[in-house]
Design a protein around this ligand. Structure first.
Ligand code: HGY
Ligand code: MN
Ligand code: MN
Length: 413
């Protein structure tokens, strides 16, 4: 076996090429699951995996698997991968670094003469982002059994199109019951990803070994007040849904800021106002609330405190407030053996690394339900992500890919 050599130029040109398969003008990237653009990107990726000599398949929800068959094809598989769907007005590295870096890691290992005992499999997960169907990690939730097929079949997008119809129109046959994997399918799973935070860059450390993935929760909140003429209804008579929403939004921010821990974060990312007319009192508001923490009990305590705060807003303002839980997932502890393999790979390549938590959620959060997982972070400039100026340097992308390749070799030898 010769030294592992990452073809940086090829990898970076593939990241750039994928970024052009987008529904937004560069430098933004938008690639929503099962849109024509997403299907084009999937076909492009499959062609690359075919070219690399991998055995490519997809499942009923569209997760793509590209396998390098090992000398013991029946042994549990070593997996790597991430997602290529992108939220509106996103960047070109979120998820993509883990998919194309994973592919490059496999190609570099094949080139080096390494031969795995355990098959090594690249995964591209369907719909890591919640944009279209309201919940993230759809593909990995179904793979891990975290989500039942019946629950998935109830999902519709904002146009009312059912997931079942959308996936079948995208050419995905079979039943969702066939997606779940047995718990011994993967020996280990390693996901390479940009940090989506500022810590590595601030501390000038080139790699992060993730030991824990935060617990995400999200809710939909509907507020129902009374509309009316902006001139004719006097203030004491109003039940303004947007003013109630404004107060509610500040309770979300305040709850995260005063939880006693910096690891509690909360965001209201969507606010739809009805009728949204300059001279009409808002009668209805729809909000999304995203709450996360590395500590499950603390996150749940914040959620309970918010429900109490919202009830008092509702009473005080005579505005009905209804919250619907979309997801409340447990955090994941990464597996010591995979953390160790990543740490040893960093040391072998004389790279400093930081053990850290992931505040973003990832498909690894759900793969952790059925396999030992860990993640490898590379810095992203200013921690920017989910915005067009998301940026990871060629050196950092290549370094992360090299350490990933080394780790895959260690785990599959
Ligand atoms: O929201 C997240 O943490 C992920 O980027 N979907
Ligand atoms: Mn993302
Ligand atoms: Mn991501």
């Amino acid at each position: 076996m010769t030294a592992i050599a990452i073809d940086r130029a090829r990898l970076l040109s593939e990241i750039e090429a994928l970024a052009t398969i987008s529904d937004a003008a560069a430098p933004a990237v938008t690639r929503i699951v099962f849109t024509p653009t997403d299907l084009k990107a999937r076909a492009w990726l499959k062609a690359l995996c075919d070219e690399a000599g991998l055995a490519v398949r997809h499942d009923a929800i569209g997760n793509i698997f590209a396998r390098w068959i090992g000398s013991d094809p029946s042994a549990p598989v070593v997996g790597t991968g991430s997602h290529i769907d992108a939220i509106p007005n996103a960047g070109k590295y979120d998820g993509v670094v883990g998919v194309l870096g994973g592919l490059e890691a496999i190609r570099a290992l094949r080139q080096s003469g390494f031969r795995p005992r355990n098959s090594i499999e690249l995964l591209m997960f369907t719909s890591e982002e919640p944009t279209r169907f309201g919940i993230g990690c759809l593909g990995s939730r179904l793979l891990s059994g975290t989500f039942t097929p019946d629950t998935a079949r109830k999902l519709t997008d904002k146009d009312g199109s059912a997931l079942e119809d959308v996936r079948r129109s995208a050419g995905l046959g079979g039943e969702l019951e066939t997606v779940v994997l047995p718990s011994n399918y993967y020996k280990a799973f390693v996901e390479l990803h940009i940090e989506q935070g500022p810590i590595l860059e601030r501390q000038q450390i080139p790699l992060g070994v993730v030991t824990k993935i935060a617990a995400p929760a999200s809710l939909r909140v509907a507020l129902e007040g009374a509309g009316g003429h902006a001139g004719g209804v006097l203030m004491p008579d109003r039940r303004d849904a947007l003013c109630a929403a404004a107060e509610l939004i500040l309770t979300v921010e305040n709850a995260a800021r005063t939880s006693g821990a910096v690891d509690t974060v909360a965001t209201v990312g969507i606010c739809h106002v009805f009728p949204a007319a300059v001279n009409s009192i808002p009668s209805r508001v729809r909000l999304s609330v995203d709450i996360r923490d590395t500590d499950l009990a603390r996150r749940d305590a914040v959620m309970a405190a918010l429900e109490t705060a919202w009830r008092s807003i509702s009473t005080k303002r005579q505005v009905a407030i209804h919250s619907e839980l979309v997801n409340a997932d447990a955090p994941a502890d990464c597996a010591p053996a995979v953390i160790e393999a990543l740490s040893q790979s960093c040391k072998k390549h004389e790279q400093k690394f930081l053990s850290m938590v992931s505040r973003a959620y990832h498909d690894s959060l759900f793969l952790a339900r059925i396999a030992p997982v860990a993640m490898l972070f590379i810095p992203c400039h200013n921690g920017y992500s989910h915005r067009p100026d998301e940026y990871a340097s060629p050196e950092d992308v290549a370094r992360g890919t090299l350490v990933l390749a080394e780790t895959l070799a260690t785990l599959s030898a």
